[in-house]
Each structure stands twice: as structure tokens, then as C-alpha cells.
Design a binder for this molecule. Structure first.
Ligand code: UDP
Length: 505
């Protein structure tokens, strides 16, 4: 691993990373922290004990391989109404608890920050986008703040256009499509597919406005995709925001280089229930090359009603292809009994394999038997799947996922849509039910080997090659990382040796 212009211990660049406490932000920010450390930066990640448990084994491995990286733990105070030991926001966290937890964490970090800065003396900080307060904290110390922005450049450009031109307010119904102006591609969506905050101002609109404002006041932003994936939107984003931005993906394959890295990533103590950790592996080993579709809806897992879960089960059984379905945790109210029954059937027929906990996604995606992925279009999974050279069935649910779907289906043409029409609030089931026929049909289109599907496969394979080049020496993401580290280094040196103004003669 090449060190980027960080010569000696006295000149070592020091950084503090502040990841959010949801798996979908924690996992990529820790990966980014690790890639900085692998390239010579001294890194301290600040989080709570339960969140550290999710990634600590990777940090320990990196440290033993020579990276200068550690975790610093902050303890949350007891907050009335917050269950003891609750430190992570995931699918089962109610909105009320999530906001209490976020407030408690923010207050703790803000209070301890001056002491942390004094202790670790960072030259710059990398903050999750939701810690807007860290703009001021960094400014007070006179150090640059980089912001980690989740999602694609594409989605951010589209959302900026919605804010600026409000095309969704010019249509007569929720399912009438409209054009999102000002983008390199003619992007069409419907009002039912865009996030609620664009239609009805809420507390969340206020939070997102603050995030955007803090983004503009940051020294620059870090994204985790790569140039060949959405380069035109990367450039547009820079113009819109007027800030610097560096694209350092695909981050997961860059840092998680061996099986131990990949299998423990993001998993913490959650193991697959019942069947032992590697049941999925022997099941996949028994399958033919490219014959299995992997179905996973991200770290928030089953954001589905009992009816929807039933439709998914039938859709998978009817699609005619073998599958792995990461069901996560399903409770009784969500038809657990039905899914257990389903599992027995598909296990007997050898058509399917269910994972009830955290799936070792990176390892599954690189298994030769996997030939396609059904995804909710979470940005991490999208990039990991493209990196693995696999085409997708898209089933967006919440956040910026409907924009990501348009990028995959219309612009890059590497995915088949399941036909979801309703954007849902995170944690809500919504009203739409995607029927089993649609699910089976989309999977069959992707996996069935028709001409259209072969084209899709060819395109995603080509993009996967580009993803691999991006992180090699001289590749776009490699150069991006090198640039941002060298820029942080120059700022540090300027601070140490301020320019003396020439007296005016
Ligand atoms: N992930 C995993 N196993 C699981 C579920 C998720 O390894 O069972 C990882 C996945 O590889 C990805 C992240 O968790 O890196 C999920 O992020 P994504 O953006 O896809 O979805 P989100 O969780 O943000 O909805």
C-alpha cells in the first residue's frame, strides 16, 4: 500500500472520524477511515461501545498489519425513555427512540469534542453528514472538516433540481410522470416516487436543509462511488454545491481484501440463526455458475408488511430460479410461521436458502454461483453489486433509492425494475403491495438468459472492470484519495509554516 506524501512520524497527518450510529452509514465511514489509515494517515474513530463492536475486529486486523488506527469510545449518559444499552439505530428502532438516541449522542459528542480535539490533535475531521454541528467545531479549531455524504451524486443532483424547479408541483396526480430538469440525462419520475419532504415540509426537511448548508460550509465532501459509474453527475454536483468533492469507491473491495475482512464486515455479534455460519457457502457451492439470485434489502432488512412478505415468498418460489433471501428478523406479526414453512419447502426442494440474520454480503456477491441481485437500491449494495459485475432487479423503498433506480435502469441500463411506485418513510410499510407475479417476472427477466438480459450483463461486467481500475494505482478513486490526503497535508504544513507577507515597498 503506497503512503501518500506522509513522510515521517512528526509529519504524520492525524484525522478524527465521526461515523453515524446506523449500520448503513457506520459501515462505509469506517471503511473510508480504514483506507485513509492504509495510506499513512493516523486515524481515530469516535463511537460508542456497541457500535464499535460492529467493526472493531477489522480495526484490530488493520492495526496488526501496520495501519495507525484506533477506536475511541464515548459513553452515552442514561437518558429517560431510552432503553439501557440502546446505542444503534436500526429497523426495529422506533422514530421516537431514534431521535432521543441521536440527541443524546449529539450532546455527548459536542460536550466531549473540545477534550477529544485536545487529546488527539487532529489535522482534519471526517464527519457524517448528519453531525452538522461539527462544521463549527472544526472551524473553531481552524481545521478542515470533510463531510461524508451518503447516496449517489446522481440522487443529490436530482434532489437539488427538485428543490430548485419543483417540477413535481406542476403535475396533476401522484402517478403522472414529470421531467427533472437540468441533468445530463432526461430523468422522469412520478410524485409518488420522490421523498415526502419535497411534498410536505417537515422536521426532516429542516434537518436536510441544515445538512446541505453544512455540506456547502465544509472543506469538501467524500463519496463512495467511482467516476465511470456517475462521472457526469460528480461534475454537476461540484458545480451545484460549489465545493470540493472526492470520490473514493468502490470502498468495500478496496479495504476488505481477504475473507476475514469480508466475513466480519458490519456483522458484529449477529450470526446466522440455527444453521451455522457457513451453511450458505455449502449451499451455493452445490449450485451452477450464475444460477442464483441474491435477495437482500439492506441493513434495515424487512421493511415489509406480512402481506408483502407473503408475496415475496411466493414470487421467489414461482420465479423458476434458485435464490438466497436475507430475511433478517421476522416477527410473528410479519408471518414468521409462514416464512418458516416456506423455508422448509424450499430447503427440501433445494431451490432456496434463507438467512435470518446478517448476511456476509461481500462474500456472497463474489461467489460464482450468484448471477444476479434483487436490491432496494441502497447505495452500498448498489456499488458492491456493480463491483461484483452482477445485474440487478431494483425494488426501491425509502431515502434516495428511487433516484438510484433511475440511474441503474435508465442511464446505465444494468438493472430490471420490479415496478415499485411508492416511496415510503423509513420504518413504514406504506400502502403499495408488489405482487408475486411482478417479482417472479422481473427475476426471470434478469436470470432467464434472454438477449436483453445478456446485454445488461455485458454492460455491468464492463462497469465492474472500471470499478477495479478505479482503485488501482493511477485509477480515478486512487488519485482522488491521493489528492485529498495531499491537500490535507498541504493545509497542515501551511498552518505550521504560515506565509510571511512581503512588506509593501
Ligand atoms: N449488509 C450486509 N449483510 C446484510 C445486510 C447488509 O453485509 O445482511 C451490508 C451491505 O453489504 C452494505 C450495507 O450493509 O454494505 C447496507 O447498505 P445499503 O446502502 O445497501 O442499504 P441500507 O442499509 O443503507 O438500507
Amino acid at each position: 500500500m503506497e503512503f501518500f506524501g506522509v513522510e515521517g512520524e512528526s509529519e504524520k497527518l492525524k484525522a478524527i472520524f465521526l461515523p453515524l450510529i446506523t449500520p448503513s452509514h457506520l459501515v462505509p465511514v469506517v471503511d473510508i477511515a480504514r483506507i485513509f489509515a492504509m495510506h499513512g494517515v493516523d486515524v481515530t474513530i469516535i463511537t460508542t461501545p456497541a457500535n464499535a463492536a460492529v467493526f472493531q475486529s477489522s480495526i484490530d486486523r488493520d492495526a496488526s498489519r501496520g495501519s495507525s488506527i484506533r477506536t475511541h469510545l464515548v459513553k452515552l449518559p442514561h437518558v429517560p425513555g431510552l432503553p439501557e444499552g440502546m446505542e444503534t439505530i436500526n429497523f426495529s428502532t422506533s422514530r421516537d427512540i431514534a431521535s432521543k438516541l441521536f440527541e443524546a449522542l449529539t450532546k455527548t459528542l459536542q460536550t466531549q469534542f473540545p477534550q477529544l480535539l485536545h487529546q488527539f490533535k487532529p489535522d482534519f475531521i471526517v464527519s457524517d453528514m448528519f453531525y452538522t454541528w461539527s462544521v463549527e467545531a472544526a472551524a473553531e479549531l481552524g481545521i478542515p472538516r470533510l463531510i461524508y455524504v451518503g447516496g449517489t451524486y446522481f440522487a443529490h443532483c436530482a434532489m437539488d433540481s427538485l428543490e430548485r424547479f419543483e417540477p413535481h408541483k406542476k403535475v396533476n396526480s401522484d402517478d403522472e410522470s414529470f421531467l427533472i430538469p437540468g441533468l445530463p440525462y432526461n430523468l422522469e419520475m412520478t410524485r409518488s416516487q420522490i421523498p415526502e419532504r419535497f411534498k410536505t415540509p417537515s422536521d426532516f426537511s429542516y434537518i436536510m436543509n441544515r445538512v446541505k448548508e453544512s455540506e456547502k460550509r465544509s472543506y469538501g465532501s467524500l463519496f463512495k462511488s467511482f467516476y465511470a459509474f456517475e462521472g457526469a453527475y460528480e461534475e454537476l454536483y461540484r458545480t451545484i454545491m460549489g465545493t470540493k468533492s472526492w470520490n473514493v469507491g468502490p470502498i468495500s473491495s478496496w479495504v476488505n481484501q481477504d475473507a476475514s475482512d469480508k466475513s466480519s464486515r458490519g456483522q458484529g455479534k449477529e450470526v446466522e440463526e440455527g444453521k451455522g455460519k457457513v451453511g450458505w457457502l455449502s449451499w451455493l457451492d452445490s449450485k451452477q455458475k450464475g444460477s442464483v439470485v441474491y435477495v437482500c434489502f439492506g441493513s434495515m432488512k424487512n421493511n415489509f408488511s406480512a402481506t408483502q412478505i407473503t408475496e415475496i415468498a411466493h414470487g421467489l418460489e414461482d420465479c423458476g430460479h434458485d435464490f438466497i433471501w436475507v430475511v433478517g428478523k421476522i416477527d410473528e406479526g410479519q408471518s414468521r410461521a409462514l416464512v418458516e414453512e416456506f423455508e422448509k419447502r424450499v430447503e427440501a426442494s433445494k431451490k432456496g436458502y434463507l438467512i435470518w440474520g446478517w448476511a456476509p454480503q461481500l462474500l456472497i456477491l463474489e461467489h460464482p454461483a450468484v448471477g444476479g441481485v434483487m436490491t432496494h437500491c441502497g447505495m452500498n449494495t448498489v456499488i458492491e453489486t456493480v463491483d461484483a459485475g452482477l445485474p440487478m432487479v431494483t425494488w426501491p423503498l425509502f431515502a434516495e433509492q428511487f433516484f438510484n433506480e433511475r440511474l441503474l435502469v435508465d442511464v446505465l441500463k444494468i438493472a430490471v425494475p420490479v415496478g415499485a411506485k411508492e416511496w415510503k418513510m423509513w420504518g413504514d410499510f406504506g400502502n403499495e403491495i408488489v405482487e408475486r407475479e411482478k417479482i417472479a417476472k422481473a427475476i426471470d427477466l434478469l436470470m432467464g438468459g434472454g438477449e436483453e438480459c445478456e446485454e445488461v450483463r455485458r454492460r455491468v461486467k464492463a462497469l465492474s472492470e472500471e470499478a477495479k481500475k478505479a482503485i488501482q494505482i493511477g485509477g480515478s478513486s486512487y488519485n482522488s484519495l491521493k489528492d485529498v490526503i495531499q491537500e490535507m497535508k498541504s493545509l497542515k504544513l501551511e498552518k505550521l509554516n504560515p506565509k510571511v507577507e512581503e512588506p509593501v515597498a
